[in-house]
Design a protein around this ligand. Structure first.
Ligand SMILES: Cc1cc2nc3c(=O)[nH]c(=O)nc-3n(C[C@H](O)[C@H](O)[C@H](O)COP(=O)(O)OP(=O)(O)OC[C@H]3O[C@@H](n4cnc5c(N)ncnc54)[C@H](O)[C@@H]3O)c2cc1C
Length: 392
């Protein structure tokens, strides 16, 4: 969506892969859009709710899959409901943002938050010639990243004329005739629009109300077959939790790859199959202007919290052989346990770097050191053993 917002001429509907009528016509699936489920009755095995026109409905089930996703977190600030303060989650929100930029001739945007959506939207706004300021209350730019490498990303953002305000909480948003003013201790920022990108929370209230067990971050707790605490109810995607392949513990990492895989696995299981997902490694890849940034596994802080004794190393090299055309700088941070050895969590930063190439090189590096045969598995299934090895 951010790259669609970047292009004024592109229709937001370009992003739709398959429309509801195709499910009905080609696959005979009774897709009911504009039907909001409000209640799950576990004993009666029904779901009920209202249509967008306010009509009540009820539907019975033998097996139920909850795939309600997540929604943006919106801080409770006076003025947060003002026109021009928006979050990007759905296509509808994307359309609204594009219309607002066009109709209000937005010249300056303030983004609350510094996660991947904030960075991608920052680039989208700059592509539209909009001035951007990024702001967040915490003093650290990217908390999960090694400081030296995070400063490379920060420099890239600033080199694109984006102002970064760290450690600056916002206390309220005022709206005058046309523009918005964000106010915090010793701070005043003006903008034509504000994008809220401070994270998401799972849409798990339906499950919670029905008495299903919850996991980290109030996501719906599922086992490796995506089954909830009710044997006839499954949950998949951003609303559900998973197991982290390094720690073996429950984790809530809402990203599309997991949502997609979990959707396929849950549907097999609903139909009587027995598919188990081993878990997630927290892999995420995003772009910050001309930098490509990727992570997988645990950060130093996450490793410490999970009970490991982490060590880290930063490697700065080239994305390809030094004489090869198109080579660029690439930085890799590896996080490992000192004892018991085993968990490596690579992170990459590269200017137009070919990440696959880098990953392959890293993979070969891993194969030289690992004690485990890597032929049968790409991610560790159990907690690392006491023997030294790289498990990423
Ligand atoms: C701007 C942006 C960029 C992103 N970029 C990436 C990326 O680069 N890589 C990546 O891996 N992930 C990315 N993500 C995250 C990714 O979009 C999600 O992980 C993925 O869409 C989750 O799929 P899902 O099916 O679980 O939930 P969703 O796609 O959110 O679908 C949930 C559906 O449930 C419906 N629903 C909710 N409540 C109810 C109810 N009570 N009754 C009926 N229906 C209901 C919603 O209307 C929605 O249609 C991005 C997200 C955003 C917002």
């Amino acid at each position: 969506m951010p790259y669609n917002v970047a292009d004024a001429a592109r229709d937001m509907d370009d992003l739709i892969v398959r429309k509801a009528h195709v499910f009905r016509e080609k696959q005979g699936i009774d897709v009911r859009i504009e039907h909001r489920v409000e209640t799950i009755d576990l004993s009666g095995k029904t779901v009920s709710g209202r249509t967008s026109a306010g009509e009540p409905f009820e539907a019975p089930y033998d097996k139920l899959l909850i795939a309600t996703g997540a929604r943006p977190m919106v801080p409770e600030l006076p003025g947060i409901e003002s026109p021009g303060v928006m979050a990007l989650k759905s296509l509808a929100a994307g359309r609204k943002i594009k219309a607002f930029i066009k109709n209000e001739k937005v010249k300056k945007a303030v983004i609350l938050g510094m996660g991947y959506i904030a960075f991608e939207m920052c680039e989208a706004f700059r592509a539209r010639g909009i001035e951007v300021e990024l702001i967040k209350p915490r003093p650290v730019f990217i908390p999960w990243m090694n400081e030296q490498l995070a400063s490379i990303v920060k420099k890239e953002v600033e080199a694109n004329q984006v102002k970064v305000h760290l450690g600056r909480p916002i206390e309220r948003i005022d709206r005058n005739e046309k523009s918005l003013r964000l106010l915090g201790p010793g701070l005043q920022l003006d903008g034509d629009m504000v994008l809220v990108a401070v994270g998401v929370r799972p849409n798990s209230e339906l499950a919670e109300k029905a008495g299903l067990a919850l996991g980290p971050g109030r996501s719906i707790a599922v086992d490796r077959t995506l089954r909830t605490s009710d044997p006839d109810i499954y949950a998949a995607g951003d609303c559900a939790d998973s197991f982290h392949v390094v720690t073996g513990q429950r984790a809530w990492i809402p990203l599309a790859l997991r949502a997609n895989r979990a959707g396929w696995a849950a549907s097999d299981n609903v139909l009587g199959g027995k598919v188990e997902l081993q878990g997630v490694a927290g892999t995420a890849v995003f772009k910050v202007f001309d930098l490509e940034v990727a992570r997988t596994g645990l950060s130093v802080e996450e490793a410490r919290k999970a009970g490991f004794d982490p060590a880290e190393i930063v490697i700065q090299s080239q994305s390809r052989g030094h004489k090869y055309p198109g080579t660029h700088g690439i930085s890799v941070q590896l996080v490992a346990t000192r004892s018991p050895a085993g968990s490596w969590a690579p992170r990459w930063w590269g200017r137009r770097a070919q990440l696959t190439g880098s990953m392959q090189r890293l993979w070969r590096f891993k194969r030289r050191w690992t004690w485990r045969s890597s032929a049968s598995q790409t991610w560790p299934m159990r907690r690392p053993s006491a023997r030294p090895g790289i498990l990423c």
